[in-house]
Design a protein around this ligand. Sequence first.
Ligand code: NAD
Length: 486
Amino acid sequence: MDLAAAATHPGRTTPIADRTQLFIGGRWTAPHGTGVIAVEDPTTEQVIAHVPAGDTVDVDRAVAAAKAAFGPWSALAPAERAAFLDRLHAALSARAEDVAATVARELGTPLRIATKVQAGLPLTVLRSYVELAGQPESTHTVGNSLIVGEPVGVVGAITPWNYPLHQIMAKVAGALAAGCTVVLKPADLTPLVAYLLFDAIEEAGLPAGVANLVTGPGSVVGSAIAAHPDVDMVSFTGSTAVGARISHLAADRIARVALELGGKSANVILEDADLPRAVKTGVANAFLNSGQTCTAWTRMLVHRPRYEEALAIAAEAAAGQTLGDPFDRGTRLGPLASAAQRETVRGYIAQGLADGARLIAGGLDAPVPDRGHFVAATVLADVDPDSTVAQEEIFGPVLVVIPFDSDEEAVAIANNSRYGLAGAVWSGDEDRALAVARRLRTGAVDVNGGAFNPLAPFGGFKQSGIGRELGRHGLDEFLETKAIQR
Ligand code: NAD
């Protein structure tokens, strides 16, 4: 570890300016709301900047701007919209280092990972939507009907803090590519990266009102967006509880919703798997971004004959999850996003141990830095599949391990969840792994370490959500279907 280098890293020492305006109707605008949100660095526990807390008047203004912009934006030729998004890609690419450092500050993701995932992935997603936006309108015929897709209208986008720019981009780029206009409310914990995006939107010269930014509390700004009569669709990523609340608000006016919610995904390791690879990949996946990942494989299911062997590998891999400053090159595990998140996660660890789990790594007494919202990488074994830590999304660096005796039982345990977002299967026999993968009630499964595909549909079964993001499926979420008979 090189603490001195981390402390003097320009990403850590460069001051971040307060933001005092919202982006509405194509320009930076004074908010009507008079409050401010203090943004904390979870590593140092210092406030690093402030942003405005907008109010319902700000939402009204932003929605009116998006509504006025919808007609002209949706009427552009696909190639024209693609050219705007291409300019946005260039403007955001120029800010990639700033994006990575900003997320390392406001969220605590280690810089190396932030560079790849928090800054790189949104650019990949935006690039894919530049390509999709430019493709000719996809129409087809059914008998005497011409079937066309038309943009749904004004999209209200409400996003969480764990992959703050990626989650924004999956909505904003998809909606804009489809011909919709957007009002965005980013998470209160991580609004600074959203400001960088809107700096890029301004520089790219997107037409006024096409994309609008209103920061503020979910209970005020988020609710007002979800309930607004001129918002045609609400696209939400966050917790299942808030997703349900937003669905109720949208249902009152029959507005469309897309929900990307929580997860408790299973990593199923069959007895003929490459065990070291399956376990090490599984541990790294569970602890990515300090476990604050909706798709994290937080339940590791291992065939009983190889269970103890797997636990030994998992303990060693967890011990390699070095805690520290996100700007230290040796850091694998940054802090959790907030003090509240840390306390919640510690509570789950205590609950798991009280319910009889065996502590394999980490735990409440493991050493952590003096300052910052850190929790050590924790592995709990012998976990009852029905217990709290096996059922609830912990959203921290806590992996539970559960043994099984047959493929049948593995599928039953994996599907014993109210969530269904992601998962994995490992086997020396790909057909066997695919057969298990097909039986998992979940929106995505990686077989033998299959790589994340940013063009594949992303979303959940059951309480993990409604709808899909990314790629063609993601764009289609923002289209209405029309049949024209001839
Ligand atoms: P959250 O639900 O608390 O907040 C998400 C967003 O909703 C924030 O912008 C928040 O301000 C806003 N909000 C809060 N209350 C609101 C209300 N009453 N009305 C309208 N908006 C409101 O979630 P979070 O803590 O920011 O994020 C963590 C959660 O997000 C986890 O459950 C995680 O699994 C989930 N998540 C899901 C995905 C996915 O794609 N499925 C991706 C990332 C995170």
